[in-house]
Design a binder for this molecule. Structure first.
Ligand SMILES: Cc1ncc(COP(=O)(O)O)c(C=O)c1O
Length: 352
């Protein structure tokens, strides 16, 4: 049984766009480019030339970074682009649906609406610390459910979905739906990644990003990681030439420098700061609840937001405040900043 059954039939018939990789000594008269650079260029950046359709070297570096085979990786311009590619590969407009669990990252619903795919919501259990009730996901699935997004840790609740529950879903939906595990914040948690399961389940895609723990949000780079066949299908849909020459070179340069080891300290510092900020806030009168966090942010409910938000305004502090969603009434999602920034936040709340 192949994953092909789940892809849109039109996509299956599409060829994968390719172009020959050009090397220095070739006379490049094949792509209607300018033969020369017209700006002063001492960085050896051939911006007169198109970059690779899909930058093989960048893919290889991303594969090494995530410790998987290059055939199991599609480098993407952040997970945001990944969500779009997955929906376009598997969901037939006006027929299929996706499942996600609110409150969560709003791009799953956003891209499903854009592509005329029905978004089904299986809300997290507010009364149970925003846990995902996996049986409710099973109840919501129908024969047009093509993609199920599991976000762990979740945004904005910072909560985890247990590994065993995701495994249940992946096993149960074998040959039926694609399970996308969005692990954007996993480096801040003590939860194992699902990456080690990609060769056991063709219907599993892990979405990772350099934007959060690896401090490269401006580079717009992440990875879809899955079985060789699923990556081949996703490659048919990804836009050609998406990574500019400048950004691929920059990311390759960064990843070539033992980057993962260099970020370990930063990740641990963020976790330590998170625990310090949460334990300080938990002692304050105006704080009603802070949900346990496995991310680089936390969700807090205040008893009265007016003095708090006034203090934030006075101190030029931006947070993500929730107003409309009933279960997030008086809640804010606050990112962990530097030690000094966190102190300013704590002082502002204490004195409000
Ligand atoms: C759960 C989740 N997934 C994905 C993303 C997007 O990350 P990227 O910068 O890789 O597009 C975010 C961004 O906030 C997020 O919260």
């Amino acid at each position: 049984m192949s994953i092909d059954k789940l892809a849109r039939s039109k996509i299956l018939k599409l060829p994968t766009i390719n172009a020959p990789e050009a090397s220095e000594e070739m006379i490049r008269l094949n792509a209607n480019e300018s033969p020369r650079s017209l700006w002063e260029n001492n960085e050896s950046l051939d911006l007169n030339r198109y970059p690779s359709v899909r930058p093989t070297k960048l893919f290889q570096h991303m594969a090494k970074f995530y410790n998987v085979d290059p055939d199991n990786v599609l480098a993407i311009r952040g997970s945001t682009e990944g969500i779009d590619i997955i929906i376009r590969t598997f969901c037939e407009p006006t027929k299929d649906n996706i499942i996600s669990s609110s409150p969560t990252f709003d791009m799953y619903q956003f891209f499903s609406e854009i592509h005329s795919v029905d978004p089904i919501d299986v809300p997290l259990k507010y009364d149970d610390n925003f846990q995902l009730e996996i049986d409710e996901v099973f109840d919501a699935i129908n024969d047009r459910t093509k993609v199920i997004f599991i976000t762990t840790p979740n945004n904005p609740t910072a909560t985890l979905v247990p590994y065993d529950n995701i495994m249940k879903l992946v096993e149960n939906q074998k040959n039926k739906s694609i399970i996308v595990v969005d692990e954007a914040y996993i480096e801040f948690s003590n939860s194992p990644s699902m990456i080690n399961q990609i060769n056991n389940f063709e219907n599993l895609v892990i979405m990772r990003t350099l934007s959060k723990a690896f401090a490269l949000a401006g580079a717009r780079c992440g990875a879809l990681i899955g079985s060789q066949r699923i990556i081949e299908l996703l490659k048919k849909v990804v836009m050609p030439f998406t990574f500019s020459t400048v950004i691929s070179q920059k990311i390759i340069q960064i990843l070539s420098s033992n980057y993962r080891e260099k970020t370990e300290n930063h990740i641990q510092q963020t976790i330590n700061e998170r625990e310090r900020v949460i334990s300080t806030l938990n002692q304050l009168e105006n704080v009603e609840k802070i949900w346990p966090s496995s991310a680089n942010f936390f969700l807090v409910r205040f008893k009265d937001t007016t003095p708090i938000y006034n203090a934030f305004k006075e101190n030029h502090i931006l947070v993500r405040a929730f107003q409309d969603e009933p279960e997030l009434k008086n809640c804010a999602r606050i990112t962990i900043g530097t030690h000094d920034e966190n102190n300013i936040l704590l002082e502002a709340i204490k004195h409000s």
